[in-house]
Design a protein around this ligand. Structure first.
Ligand code: ADP
Length: 274
């Protein structure tokens, strides 16, 4: 079944090619100075999967995404995209396969309009500085996908934080990367856009085959959207696996020190703080 789905997706997206990839991270260590922040963390992100990275503030979630994206260099460990070692890849090649949306980005972007910011996502694919008709098409598709096409001509630095978040997601989408790393993708969004952004993320994973690794705080959202969850505490993984198996009252108590119950009476499970 899966190879047939793969084949269909490749045909459907033969115009805007998104390579379907797997990410494997193993034994990654990172320190800021002499402070060990990540102590041998790993994860396995399969095709079409959404993985949530959860854990208390300061547990190392952002640092882990930055190591995977090579913004930071781990001191130990292995990180592979399919059979390619991320540590041996050039920045431009990493940007072709991984899109990264940082947390609360105020937009350190010099491009004046929303359209141009999203067009920056095409740079890893371009030869020289000239953008092509295909680049323009991909940018508009990405803008529409995130519902920000109406903002295309607006100055980027005058958007609300929720709009900024969605534009940066569109920019990552325009990269046509097979793996998306999202740092708190819904943190500045109202409830409607939280759902819309996560529905888009789910479509990207399930329809286009993108693998998504997202730092999340909202346990209900993680239960609703994530296939897998990794729980981090003080730079170590305390639990990993299927979302519903990891997000248990026992694990939540152990990691966050909060007593909860999981209510399964209304369709999807959700967390009630006791
Ligand atoms: P999380 O995303 O789980 O909130 P972070 O990965 O942002 O955690 O941070 C993990 C730890 O690393 C925290 O103790 C934080 O203070 C520290 N840290 C983050 N960035 C830096 C930095 N640039 N220099 C020194 N320490 C940092």
């Amino acid at each position: 079944m899966i190879p047939i789905i793969d084949f269909v997706i490749k045909i459907l997206y033969s115009q805007s090619i998104i390579s379907i990839m797997e990410l494997k991270v193993d034994g990654v260590c990172f320190s800021y100075g002499s402070d060990p922040i990540l102590k041998g963390v790993g994860l396995d992100l399969g095709r079409r999967e959404i993985m949530g990275i959860l854990g208390p503030n300061g547990s190392g979630k952002t640092t882990m995404l930055k190591c995977i994206n090579r913004i930071l260099s781990p001191s130990q460990g292995r990180m592979m995209i399919d059979s390619e070692d991320i540590l041996g890849m050039k920045a431009k090649d990493i940007a072709k396969v991984m899109g990264y949306v940082p947390q609360n980005s105020t937009g350190d972007y010099t491009a004046p309009t929303v359209y141009e910011v999203v067009m920056m996502g095409r740079r890893p694919h371009s030869v020289g500085w000239q953008s092509s008709v295909n680049d323009d098409r991909v940018v508009w598709e990405s803008l529409r996908e995130l519902g920000v096409d109406v903002l295309a001509s607006r100055p980027f630095n005058r958007l609300s934080s929720g709009q900024t978040q969605r534009v940066l997601m569109a920019r990552a989408l325009a990269q046509e990367a097979g793996i998306l790393l999202l740092d708190e993708p819904t943190s500045n969004l109202d409830i409607r856009y939280q759902m819309e952004v996560m529905d888009t993320v789910r479509d990207l994973a399930k329809v286009k085959g993108v693998g998504v690794c997202a730092v999340m705080h909202d346990i209900d959202m993680a239960l609703r959207y994530c296939d897998k969850v990794v729980m981090l505490d003080s730079g170590s993984i305390t639990a990993a696996g299927e979302a519903s198996e990891v997000l248990t009252p026992e694990n939540i108590m152990e990691t966050y020190g909060v007593r909860v119950t999981i209510d399964r009476n209304y369709g999807r499970p959700h967390v009630i703080i006791l």
